[in-house]
Design a protein around this ligand. Structure first.
Ligand code: PBG
Length: 330
């Protein structure tokens, strides 16, 4: 009688894929709405909900509408929002970014009062506020790094004073985290955290965002300050510099085209790591789903799971609201 085991069948990986409950038991990566950060666009006016054509399901909201949308997302278990401001007027110095009554500052004060335990994060950059659309002050057709630092620091302080919990510099100026940390510490905002957009690449996937914010550069591009998509080792240097300058959270952006960078940073860094699933990544999935070419809930949860599996603790995503609803039904 032949009793020897066939070795190729002693190991059967399908045993642990047999039922929903077993799969759940051995699942390595779990998504939860608490790890999502929902990006929102705020503008002036009252009762304004202006759809963003390239980002179906996303809106430019007036402050009152923002407050009511935040109530809805909190009901889904999402605790954090990242605010982007659309000012009534722009100028070359981006003064709307650091005005005490700027649109983001107003939104933060109102949200703070309406939702005391909401985590309010604010983008710190000038591009939505400048007529030329660059992320800093332009001198001789170039972005002047060191002159920009002071304005970024003023922006962060004004947002922190308004009540932001986390300020997130995205301008990719050298020294921006240090400048912001110093300015916030000098103005009694020691408790406010910094999330550095540390490894932010010069990406084609920001297209829909720039349409939403009217922030496309009017000349040239951002390759003189954002990272070259070809470089991964350089991301480690950017992250190390941000941490040395006092960043509390570091980020890789975009997410999907840079999952290798995310996993590489995860292995080198113990600080909380964020990934930004950007506007173009969102638009791709939405467009395919609208054509019936993708099963949207499955595609979105697969994308977000992949980002978490690659090493992200926090996921900044326009899918947050829908994903949270789908997760609660799963
Ligand atoms: C501002 C900023 C941008 C994004 C986040 N902060 C645009 C840019 O760098 O052009 C992009 C976010 C997205 O595409 O969802 N500098």
């Amino acid at each position: 009688m032949q009793v020897t085991q066939r070795p190729e069948r002693a190991v059967r990986l399908r045993r642990l894929r047999r039922t929903d409950a077993i799969r759940e038991l051995v699942r390595e990566t779990r998504l939860h709405p608490h790890q999502f950060v929902y990006p929102m666009f705020v503008r002036g006016g009252r009762r304004v909900r202006e759809p963003i054509p390239s980002m179906p399901g996303q809106f430019r909201l007036s402050v009152d509408e923002l407050v009511s949308d935040v109530s809805a997302i909190r009901g889904l278990g999402i605790d954090a929002v990242l605010l982007f401001g659309l000012p009534d007027a722009k100028d070359p110095a981006g003064s709307g970014a650091y005005a005490d009554d700027g649109i983001v500052q107003q939104a933060v004060r109102t949200l703070r009062a309406a939702h005391p335990d909401l985590i309010v994060m604010t983008d710190v950059c000038l591009c939505e506020y400048t007529t030329h659309g660059h992320c800093g002050l332009v001198r001789d057709d170039d972005v002047d790094n060191d002159a920009t630092l002071e304005l970024l620091a003023r922006t962060a302080v004004s947002q922190a004073v308004a009540g932001a919990d986390v300020v997130a510099p995205s301008a990719m100026m050298d020294g921006q985290v240090a400048a912001i940390r110093r300015a916030m510490d000098e103005t009694g905002c020691q408790h406010v955290a910094i999330m550095g957009y540390s490894a932010k690449y010069a990406s084609a996937f920001y297209g829909p965002f720039r349409e939403a914010a009217g922030s496309a550069p009017q000349f040239g591009d951002r390759r003189g300050y954002q990272m070259d998509p070809s470089n991964a080792r350089e991301a480690e240097r950017e992250v190390a510099v941000d941490l040395a300058e006092g960043a509390d959270i570091v980020m890789v952006k975009p997410a999907l085209p840079f999952l290798d960078v995310l996993s590489r940073i995860r292995r080198t860094v113990t600080a909380p790591l964020a990934a930004y699933n950007v506007s173009g990544e969102y638009a791709m999935v939405k467009a395919a789903a609208e054509h019936g070419w993708l099963d949207e809930p499955r595609a979105v949860l697969e994308v977000l799971t992949a980002i978490a599996r690659a090493g992200a603790d926090l996921i900044i995503t326009y899918h947050a609201k829908e994903a949270a609803a789908w997760l609660s039904r799963r």
